[in-house]
Design a protein around this ligand. Sequence first.
Ligand code: HEM
Length: 135
Amino acid sequence: MLLLWSQDKIPQLLNWKAMIPPKTIVLVNTWAIQRDPKLWDKAEEFIPDRFLNSQVDFRGQHIQYTPFGAGRRRCPGIKFAVAGAEYVLANLLYWFDWKLPDLRRCEDLDMSDYYAIIIRKKVPLHLVPMLHSFS
Ligand code: HEM
């Protein structure tokens, strides 16, 4: 995530007062940053609405939220990934109406996750699709 500007100089990072020797591999703990209560209100809660009317976006300009990384090694597939996700989601929402099985309420969904190389839902999401009627 962090590349040195020059191999022969030891860069000084912002105001961390940390000296990083050349050729050091730096791993940034984005998992912790993205859950930092100093940066996020109710950091551990799943609140997608927090992004409504928010300046924070996912393209790597805001350090508190970097799902695609940031800087020169940021994910080069970002546009492809976003277009693909939007295309699939838009089609699923356009063609189907969705409900939870057993008359469960959205509020009862278990949104807890577990951490591996990527984060997954601990409890898989089960939904019932019904073909949308346009009439
Ligand atoms: C939702 C989907 C995706 C997410 C969340 C994601 C996230 C990431 C992240 C976090 C990195 C590491 C960035 C860093 O080190 O700072 C990365 C790297 C990379 N991603 Fe993605 N990615 C996604 C989709 C894709 C797609 C669709 C492609 C290609 C078509 C792609 C190609 C790459 C490549 C080649 C790298 C390595 C870049 C490098 O090391 O210079 N990614 N991605």
